[in-house]
Design a protein around this ligand. Sequence first.
Ligand SMILES: [Zn+2]
Length: 388
Amino acid sequence: MIKSIKVMLLPNNVQKTRLFQHAGAARFLYNWALSREEENYKAGGKFISYYELAKELTELKRTDEYAWLNEISITTCQKAIKDACDAYLNFFKKRAKFPKYKSKNKTKPSFFQTDQVIEFTDTHVKLSCLSLSRKANRKQLNWVRLAEHGKIPINVKHSNPRITYDGLNWWISVGIEYPDKNVNLSKEGLGVDLGVRNLAVCSDDSIYPNINKTKAIKDLEKRKRRLQRSISRKYEMNKEGEEFVKTKNIIKDEKKLLKMHHRLSNIRKNYLHNTSKEIVEKNPKFICIDDLNIQSMMKNKYLAKAIQEQSLYEFSRQLEYKSNFKGIQFIRADRKFPSSKKCSQCGRIKKDLKPYQKTYKCECGNVIDVHKQAALNLRTYGEENIAK
Ligand SMILES: [Zn+2]
């Protein structure tokens, strides 16, 4: 099984410049290869193979105008051309539309390296050709520091290493092949009720709250909104006629806003990952959740924002692939299954249960939290529907 891991890079200033140069070259070559294919196609030609284009690249690099390409890692150049060829071939074979050119403003700077040249230690990654000099002190330039130590396993095959810039930081992602593990699963299954008030309520009594309702997140959101307002005020104030002007202060604030935005989304992302990991690490026989009918939930305007923020869909996706990874059966209950309306004791179905109701009271004397009950019902559903 291949799992993709993404870690932030901590390049020094010289390295940063080189990373941008590589991303620029990758974008340039992708567009170049694509336009060569397009010209050729319009002239009645069929398809220029990657090898022919690679040869043309060698010629191109001999000219003064494109000599700068000699300073770019050859594997990065080749991969960019290969990508363009693959994309074009998909169009040519009518599997896809004509590929888009990568615009400077709309495309995230990114480039590939090949897995043959990339090397990892616990703390650093070696990218090829950030420095072309053979001198030992220069070679150090190729080693870029990783923000998280030990996250990328070392003595394994790393596939498809991709380096991207998200507007603030550089990241590296690589695919890593793991052997399928044999995990000892417990005899119990687990029902998990996903929701807005709590992210997840499990049938084993564990509860994972909605992180968006914590004080830390609310405070950050408040600060973010305040900054957004102040930026739009500054735009109004510095307006020249009908034109909006970006002052130094606005640029500074926008950078700050982007940072805040990233911080918030990272906190949320981490929380989802940690929670899904914790649930899967209970090693239950199966995990059963409601089939989330997100689209119909989104129609409810009060719920929509909370659902978006909590990314229930993403969370269920994580639960699913992490379960599969461990050999835990993952079951989605049928859309019609009344997980929250059914009494877990006697099976009566309460049709008039209101969405805001927190406690379920049944005629049989069962008094229980609505979400806890849904989790129990989902566990029963799982027991009945588990593939033997
Ligand atoms: Zn009952």
